[in-house]
Ligand binder design. Structure first.
Ligand SMILES: C[S@@+](CC[C@H](N)C(=O)[O-])C[C@H]1O[C@@H](n2cnc3c(N)ncnc32)[C@H](O)[C@@H]1O
Length: 340
């Protein structure tokens, strides 16, 4: 049977399978295929963001023999009229599963949680994801199945990260972004990671060991405690430091860097000039923001003008991409600004 396929090398197959599965994109009715050194995953539609490695193409697949549950939705005990509303996508953070449910399904949360606990290999705890809130961007959570704490160890791009969903921000949906930024780092760079959370950007860069120094800053003490553990584990040579401070007090005395990261999509724009001022001529600034799809070009111009009015450039946009859709009208966008 013909289907859309995610085509990746064998090396990237396991990570791709996991990503497609949690996004609800993997077709469970067809067998995974192989072509030489490439693995072909049958998918229900194109991924929201391009594959980090690999392509989306069409291929022939063999139908799978029917052998039980292919999705957690096959295991959920809910009245038939609710079945269509069951979300296909969920997130996995270490041994914790997070799902967003529409109001109508809330009375059936226990049934959904039990099905996820049974379906996701190694799952220990299932929580309702109520979105991130407040200055520290901490996720509202409600336990719906399983037991134990909201802290866990999460594997991402070959790194192990300590996270505590109750006390510090973390999103498994940024895994590709963390790796992409780290891949850009050149030998000898000094990197400043503003609003670092538990330090995933900084940990990737420390692990890759090309930067001469990586300084990660956040105003949430719990996030910094976790970031310190994550940086020490990623690269025990001491090139990564995590500092408890606010951007507004840290940036003016941070010194210059070749690369800065600012991932604070709600309201972080007010720090763009002070973070931009830490970037040396020839350096880069990775910046994230929620943007209305209808206003991409004017918004980009506004950001560049805002930077140039405070930090002499010229500044250019070397890259702009959608990290993931956020709402019916907005995407989370990633920019890479370069200072000439
Ligand atoms: C969206 S999270 C990003 C975390 C991390 N960069 C990542 O990719 O997982 C934003 C972080 O900004 C921190 N934050 C918010 N306002 C801040 C400020 N004024 N100074 C420093 N950190 C701040 C929050 O504590 C939170 O950890």
């Amino acid at each position: 049977m013909r289907s859309l396929a995610a085509v990746v090398s064998r090396r990237d197959a396991e990570e791709t399978r996991r990503t497609l599965s949690v996004q609800g994109l993997l077709r469970e009715d067809l067998e995974v295929g192989h072509e030489g050194d490439q693995v072909l995953f049958p998918i229900v539609g194109p991924p929201a963001t391009p594959l980090r490695r690999g392509t989306v193409e069409e291929r022939e697949f063999l139908a799978r023999p029917d052998e039980g549950a292919r999705s957690y939705r096959d295991l959920v005990q809910v009245p038939p009229e609710f079945r269509e509303e069951l979300p296909r996508a969920f997130d996995v953070v270490g041994d914790i599963v997070l799902i967003r449910l529409p109001e109508t399904l809330r009375p059936h949360a226990l049934a959904v949680g039990s099905a996820l606990l049974e379906f996701v290999p190694g799952a220990r705890l299932v929580g309702l994801d109520l979105g991130v809130h407040g200055g520290a961007r901490i996720r509202g959570l409600e336990r719906i199945a399983g037991s134990g704490p909201w802290s866990t160890e999460h594997r991402e791009n070959g790194l192990t990260l300590h996270v505590d969903l109750e006390r510090a921000y973390f999103s498994p949906r940024l895994a590709r972004e963390h790796a992409l930024v780290a891949e850009e780092v050149r030998a000898g760079e000094r990197v400043l990671d503003f609003a670092c959370g538990v330090g995933p950007f900084a940990a990737h860069i420390v692990r890759d060991a090309r930067a001469r120094e990586v300084v990660a800053v956040d105003s949430n003490p719990a996030a910094i405690a976790l970031a310190r553990r994550n940086l020490a584990r990623a690269g025990p040579d001491g090139r990564g430091r995590a500092i408890l401070d606010a951007i507004e007090t840290f940036a003016p005395s941070a010194g210059l860097c070749e690369r800065a990261i600012l991932n604070l999509p709600h309201g972080g724009v007010k720090y763009l000039p002070s973070v931009g001022a830490t970037v040396a001529h020839g350096g880069s600034l990775h910046y994230y923001e929620l943007t209305d799809r209808a206003h991409l070009e004017p918004r980009q111009e506004e950001l560049v003008n805002g930077l140039e009015s405070v930090v002499p450039g010229p500044w250019t946009v070397a890259d702009r991409h959608v990290v993931h859709p956020y709402s019916p009208t907005e995407d989370l966008l990633g920019y890479r600004f370069e200072r000439a």
